[in-house]
Write a protein that binds this ligand. Sequence first.
Ligand code: SF4
Ligand code: SF4
Length: 139
Amino acid sequence: MSDTVTQKLMLFFPRCECEKPIIYHLVKDYDLIVNVYRAKVTPEEEGYLVLDVTGAETDIARAIAFVRTFNVTVNTTGKGVIRDDHRCTHCGACVGHCPTGALHIKDPATRQVVYNEAECIECLKCIKVCPYNACASTF
Ligand code: SF4
Ligand code: SF4
């Protein structure tokens, strides 16, 4: 029997899959304990869920395979976007686009843009808007 483990998952939904009851299935069909801590699931839009799942390793693997059948992109690395501090000019263009505040200006005096990876939910917006290609995805 597999050990019980907890794994962070980031799920990215294409526009048409947002209303699928995926959490329900993770709990009911795969015996997982689910802790959602960030979500944006809006009908007609791309969406994401960031969650911890706790259960048997085999059940988590099966659940991930199930989720992927919905054309949902699953990031299991537990890592967010990487920012290259050598490329970042602290222009601030990404700050207003970052939905979680992972990229933020801590000190108005210096205008330095701080990146807190733990807050990143891989929405990838900063990658699109950064004029200096300072942000990159790990997957
Ligand atoms: S947009 Fe790019 S260069 Fe500008 S602050 Fe953000 S990461 Fe740095
Ligand atoms: S991908 Fe970029 S914009 Fe999106 S949450 Fe992470 S740091 Fe913020």
